[in-house]
Design a protein around this ligand. Structure first.
Ligand code: HEC
Length: 147
């Protein structure tokens, strides 16, 4: 009996240890819309005016790694860094998650880049860091992680 309790505690400790690394991909909370319900219909009508060409994706990549510093939280591989020291709350999105890619329309991603994801460290980037046209290029790059 006692041995089992210790095993159980060890199991909990193990799960807690894994939590910061493994939760993003498996977490159903990730699929809930981030755009408020009174704005989501409009946001979903916003279409990316730029085609997903290699050139445009490359432009987005340069911004992602450069002045928009997305890479500092979302990682070089787009999987999202686990815990960011000093930052609490939700983990950066894993862009390689195909199920997440499929639930979001481009307009919802632009809304996030305009408004941030309220209550998280995902901040607004338009217009201070990115123009809307630049943001659409970054979105093409974000989409490329899902392919
Ligand atoms: C300071 C860290 C940080 C930086 C820098 C950052 N993000 Fe995020 N991002 C996050 C976090 C944390 C979340 C998860 C927010 C949530 O769960 O609502 C997130 C979520 C997202 C989402 C998903 C929202 C959704 O609908 O699920 C997108 C898209 C995104 N970021 C794009 C970007 C882009 C593009 C950049 C660069 C312009 C960027 N992020 C920079 C931390 C960051």
């Amino acid at each position: 009996m006692k041995g089992n309790k210790i095993k159980l505690l060890a199991f909990y400790a193990f799960c807690l240890g894994l939590w910061p690394m493994g939760s993003e991909a498996a977490n159903p909370e990730v699929f809930k819309p981030r755009v408020p319900s009174d704005q989501i219909e409009e946001a979903r009508t916003w279409k990316n005016p730029f085609p997903s060409t290699a050139d445009n994706i490359e432009k987005g990549k340069t911004l992602f790694h450069g002045k928009a510093f997305c890479v500092t939280c979302h990682g070089i591989d787009g999987k999202g860094l686990g815990e960011i020291p000093g930052l609490v709350g939700k983990l950066p999105r894993n862009f390689t998650d195909k199920a997440w890619q499929a639930t979001r329309m481009d307009g919802e991603l632009l809304w996030i880049l305009k408004n941030g994801s309220p209550g998280t460290v995902m901040a607004p980037f338009i217009p201070l860091v990115l123009s809307e046209d630049e943001a659409w290029h970054v979105i093409l790059y974000v989409r490329s992680f899902g392919k």
